[in-house]
Write a protein that binds this ligand. Structure first.
Ligand code: CDP
Ligand code: CDP
Length: 220
């Protein structure tokens, strides 16, 4: 007799270009998981607020604008896409302007609060669509969003190697500055949560990183 495997939650955190998205996508494929890239959510909100001319320094206008943002989810393959007012994010969320501003918006507690319930709600989305679980990546997934996740990984990589990875993707990205802002903010800073499995990917290929994670998941 076979038993139905229980729903699993995998949290992956780490600095910019540490390999979160690439590893999450492979794990999602291998274990039939919903892939949730929370960085793309912060990027989409940043893009929308910039489009509306709402600056992170104007808290009153920002709080009002947040109440006007209506979040829904659309699946793109195995990935959960945040729709704002029914609209998907466009390619500009990966552009230089959003790279420069996103950490400033992400440091604001009201912005994080707006996303908190939405992120946890992805469990129901995954269940409704028949996934075996979800893999969620970001900065505070193992520390704040799902502290009791079945697996919590924290990816490290040397900052020079990470900058090279982004450059190879043809991107202008202020990785060091974003890491500094993300690690030093008061609200849900980037930290390796106690008990998380830390993996240094500086000298590892993507396949080697995924192999380490998958071995732990398969064992249980
Ligand atoms: O892809 P990369 O690692 O460079 O960044 P990302 O995951 O797309 O996240 C963009 C930005 O969103 C980060 O620099 C953080 O400021 C913010 N973020 C956050 O504060 N908390 C999360 N859970 C995910 C992203
Ligand atoms: O999501 P995050 O910003 O943490 O990183 P990513 O977008 O998954 O990875 C950034 C780049 O580094 C991608 O082009 C990956 O293929 C590459 N990478 C790598 O060369 N070696 C690794 N061990 C992990 C990622």
């Amino acid at each position: 007799m076979t038993s139905t495997p229980s729903f699993i939650i995998i949290a992956i955190d780490g600095g910019a270009a540490s390999g979160k998205s690439s590893t999450s996508k492979i794990l999602a494929e291998r274990f039939n998981l919903l892939h949730v890239d929370t960085g793309s959510f912060y990027r989409h909100i940043t893009h929308e607020l910039l489009r509306r001319g709402v600056l992170p320094t104007n808290l009153a206008a920002l709080t009002l604008a947040l109440t006007e943002l209506n979040f829904t989810t659309q699946l793109q393959g195995r990935s959960a896409q945040l729709m704002i007012g029914g609209q998907p994010a466009d390619h500009e969320i990966r552009g230089q302007n959003v790279n420069e501003h996103v950490s400033h918006y992400a440091a604001i507690p009201a912005v994080r609060q707006k996303l908190l319930g939405y992120q946890r709600g992805q469990v129901a989305v995954a269940q409704q669509h028949g996934f075996r679980g979800l893999v969620m990546e970001g900065r505070d997934i193992g520390s704040v969003i799902f502290p009791a996740a079945d697996y919590r990984f924290f990816l490290h990589a040397d900052p020079i190697e990470r900058a090279k990875r982004r450059a190879r993707e043809g991107q202008l990205d202020s990785i060091a500055e974003r890491d500094r802002l993300d690690s030093s903010r008061i609200a849900s800073p980037l930290v390796s949560p106690t008990g998380a499995i830390a993996i240094d990917s500086t000298f590892l290929t993507l396949e080697q990183v995924v192999g380490k994670m998958a071995a732990l998941i398969e064992k249980s």
